[in-house]
Design a protein around this ligand. Structure first.
Ligand SMILES: [Zn+2]
Length: 162
């Protein structure tokens, strides 16, 4: 089921999300719906639960695997364990800030601990694009939007996605 996405003026996007205590059938349904919603738009590569009005620490991402193929991934209660000091600049956009793009500095390499839908705790390393997507989505769980991280707002630009 496609979910409506909250956009930038909605104060709910500024709230801190709470940890998921138990992976219930409702949580699994939410993840399936979030994945469908993320994959509906051509340019979306991630979605966080608060963007669909659910203040819980869940994100879904399109991660590039070692073969360069995109795979859907859901991370529950993701926590950044390590972050490289080395950073890089990359273009970002957000479903909650339609048609806006801008350069954001992110760590090149991160290690994240999270729970999978089948209740396994996993520790995984992500680099480059994958690290960027996950950091962007985790920011949503803390009420942070990518535009907050663009120091020079004149670098933000508008582009129609459809
Ligand atoms: Zn976003």
């Amino acid at each position: 089921m496609l979910l409506p996405i909250l956009t930038d003026e909605n104060p709910q996007l500024r709230e801190k999300s709470v940890f998921v205590k138990e992976i219930t059938p409702e949580i699994k349904k939410l993840i399936a719906d979030m994945t469908e919603t993320m994959n509906y738009g051509s340019r979306a590569v991630g979605l966080a639960a608060p963007q669909v009005g659910v203040q819980q620490r869940i994100i879904v991402c399109k991660i590039k695997n070692s073969l360069g193929k995109f795979i859907n991934m859901a991370l529950i209660n993701p926590e950044i364990v390590t972050k490289s000091e080395q950073c890089e600049l990359g273009e970002e956009g957000c479903l909650s800030i339609p048609n806006m793009f801008g350069p954001v500095m992110r760590a090149k390499d991160i290690t994240v601990q999270f729970m999978t839908e089948d209740k396994k705790t996993v520790m995984k390393r992500f680099g480059g694009y994958n690290a960027r997507v996950i950091l962007h989505e985790i920011d949503h769980l803390n009420g942070i939007l990518f535009t907050d991280l663009v120091g020079d707002k004149s670098l933000l630009y508008e582009e129609l996605s459809y």
